[in-house]
Ligand binder design. Sequence first.
Ligand code: ZN
Ligand code: ZN
Length: 411
Amino acid sequence: MQKEMLISKLAKLAVKVGVNVQKGQTVVVRSSLTAKELAREIVKEAYLSGARKVIVDWNDEYVSRSSFLYMDDETLQEVPDYVVDRSKYYVDHNASFISVISPLIGVNKDLDPKKMQLAMRASQEKLKFMREYTMGNEAPWTIVAAANPIWAKKVFPNLDEEDATNKLWEAIFNASRVYEKTDPLKEWEEHNENLNKLSTKLNNYQFEKLHFKNSLGTDLIVGLVLDHIWVGGGETARNGIYFNPNIPTEEVFTMPHKMMTEGKVVATKPLSYSGKVIEDFYLEFKDGAVVNFDAKKEKEALQSILEFDQNAKYIGEIALIGEDSPIAQTNLLFFNTLFDENASCHMALGRAYPMNIKDGIGAPIKSLEEKGYNNSMVHVDFMFGSPCLEITGIKKDSSKIKIFEKGNFII
Ligand code: ZN
Ligand code: ZN
């Protein structure tokens, strides 16, 4: 495997397909220090694609960890003006955002989730305009991943550090459709076309509800908002630029109605959240809200998500992915949502995407809420797909159409 060559192909993909950098644009790269190799390539590619200015915001999980451990609660919640001003500068310059993640899985497993939440909530509140900017697709944004030895050992526990890291890189390249011999930009063009066809099919049905059922205990009705839009692959930002928010992506997803989820959903993959791994959990819904839940591991972390704010216990996204997707076929557990969510049907606790409803982009959140939009500070995806999952779409006139059989699309 020619790692350097593939890393630069991945960087080019993030720049050209991820955010589709245009001449004269401002680009912000938010990168984990562990991913510096990929981040540096991205910066170079962004300039080569005509970026005016590329700004890198580095983050480091060890530094954050020390802050959570040693800072007092009050200081943790301090969001200085210069942090707010920096984000304002980005928004004023209509910047595109590339997040380069490289999670150090489990590094924060002994930290108090409540303390982490204090800090996150404070910054979420102060930087609300920033969240609305990205979630509202004011400019392109994307997420791409880089391997690191800690993450690699979690995914491949039986290999030594070097082999595991190489294997993880390989898995990331394959999942991102970055291969030695082909042009990833072409691969993505075709991939986007396929996802687009699938979304169009689902949009034409305009189902009122979806019924999910499998032998693991999931029996769930998810009501969809009126005039919902299924989206998959590329999207168009408000400034007119076509972009891909996730590398990789395999999902088509839409907006559930905030108050219309009923029944039980059993998670089929662990959920890694703020450095903790929540395992073997289920949620029960009534009138859209989680009314009961349990987890064999890290129940407290799950609880902290649900209690993040008053709407975190409602869902904001429902996404369909067949078990035949390339990421599902690897049978790997990445312990990271960017990958695991693309191997399995999933839903998100918390806020919805305005683009998933007709005329949603740019509409006031208040008017969207009246239509069933869930507004929350969190958006946490968890996976519940399985090879035995059946999905039936129910139309307004009560007629039913089977969408999924044995974990795969049949439409
Ligand atoms: Zn999703
Ligand atoms: Zn999501």
